[in-house]
Design a binder for this molecule. Structure first.
Ligand code: ADP
Ligand code: MG
Length: 280
């Protein structure tokens, strides 16, 4: 299979994508690239088309025109067979978790292994447990039901499930939404650890300015159907474009910027949008 985007080192390459629902235009000639091992974030107002773009990047939806290459595959012309193999190379967490309460936590995490591999049950359980522990959960959580867990624990379980096939690329939709500050800080650390240990490329949709300041290498601002600017948080915070300014001028935005090291819980190593260590 041709894999030119890997040679260019763009794990995601979106070119001139247009999307509309009936007469409602969501994306107009939108272009964007994401590099290997980058933590990339997409921000934008409600209804600006962030989730739609994320859905297009994981083949849950197709744009009306343009090209989307992810992990070297052109998604707009991909065959079903190619898509099945390609899907196993990425992990996705959805904003509302998407865990099945009829299954235990461990069964939820092991689900992609049951669907995509022929490993036996015992090995699947062990691999699921290893991923749970990796996300900072205790092994006893494995026998519980998702509904018995706190919001922060559920986000970790969803992350463990997204990681169980050892993906090259991870998509996270609002990974810290609804979490208390300590749980959100823990997610920040986990995201950085996944990238620093395994070199995973991470694409995040988020409103959480603390998360953006602390983990994102680059951030794209989506408004009026297009990317209005891309850069580190420091670079974006200095841009004069009104649709970008609105993310930096509110009170909450200023608080996130002046306290970039923590949401107020445990202190952590100093890092901001552009300073995290990126493996080459
Ligand atoms: P965001 O995630 O940035 O809040 P979305 O991508 O969910 O925005 O939605 C962008 C716009 O497209 C919104 O106006 C939304 O109502 C519309 N939209 C999203 N999905 C559909 C759909 N399946 N059918 C019709 N309109 C949709
Ligand atoms: Mg959305």
């Amino acid at each position: 299979m041709a894999d030119t985007s890997l040679q260019r080192d763009h794990v995601i390459d979106i070119r001139q994508v247009s999307t509309r629902f009936g007469k409602h235009v969501v994306h107009t000639d939108l272009s964007l690239t994401v590099d290997r091992s980058e933590i990339f974030a997409l921000i934008g107002g409600s209804g600006s088309g962030k989730s739609t773009l994320l859905r297009e990047l994981v083949l849950l939806q197709q744009p009306d025109s343009g090209s989307i290459r992810v992990l070297g595959e052109e998604l707009t012309t991909m065959t079903d067979d190619a898509a099945a193999a390609w899907r196993q190379r990425l992990g996705v967490t959805f904003q509302h978790g998407g865990l099945f309460d009829a299954l235990t936590v461990s069964e939820n995490v092991g689900l992609p292994l049951r669907e995509h591999t022929r490993l036996d049950k015992q090995l699947i359980d062990e691999l699921a447990m290893a991923k749970l522990v990796m996300t900072g959960l205790s092994p006893d959580v494995g026998s519980q039901r998702p509904s018995e867990l706190s919001g922060g624990m559920m986000k970790r379980v969803a992350l463990a499930r997204a990681l169980v096939l050892d993906p090259e690329l991870l998509f996270l939709d609002e990974p810290t939404a609804g979490l208390d500050p300590a749980s959100a800080d823990a997610i920040d650390e986990l995201v950085l650890r996944m990238r620093d240990l395994f070199g995973i490329t991470i694409f995040i949709v988020s409103h959480d300015l603390d998360l953006l300041w602390q983990v994102a290498d680059r951030v794209a601002v989506l408004a009026d159907g297009k990317v209005q600017g891309v850069g580190s948080m420091t670079e974006l915070s200095q841009m004069a474009v009104p649709s970008i300014r609105q993310f930096f001028d509110g009170t909450r935005a200023r608080a996130a910027q002046t306290q970039p090291h923590s949401r107020g819980a445990a202190p952590k190593a100093a890092m901001n949008g552009s300073a995290s260590s990126k493996p080459k």
